[in-house]
Unconditional design. Structure first.
Length: 94
């Protein structure tokens, strides 16, 4: 799945849920996906309250429900920096 495909899916989900009140950045080998506090999604490398670094394929699996976020974190497939509570809010988005 390409970065544009992932960005589109995340933008659709963010539009349905609205803003989370915090910003999140996904850092993949293909590039960045940034969700601002109001739910706007872009591919810019901006400051964020929480940064999640993971492979684009694993991010796709996470969004499909094929990858458990806790398992991914424990096995190093998902790395979180910044505010961990913001990362926990992503469960409502996905």
């Amino acid at each position: 799945m390409t970065l544009q495909d992932l960005t589109g899916r995340i933008a659709d989900l963010a539009a349905q849920k609205g803003g989370m009140g915090n910003s999140v950045k996904f850092d993949t080998e293909q590039g960045f996906i940034h969700i601002d506090a109001n739910g706007a999604v872009s591919n810019t490398d901006q400051q964020a309250d929480c940064t999640i670094k993971m492979d684009a394929d694993d991010l796709n699996k996470l969004m499909n429900g094929d990858l458990n976020p806790m398992t991914a974190f424990m096995f190093g497939k998902l790395k979180i920096s910044g505010d961990m509570s913001v990362a926990m809010k992503l469960q409502t988005l996905f």
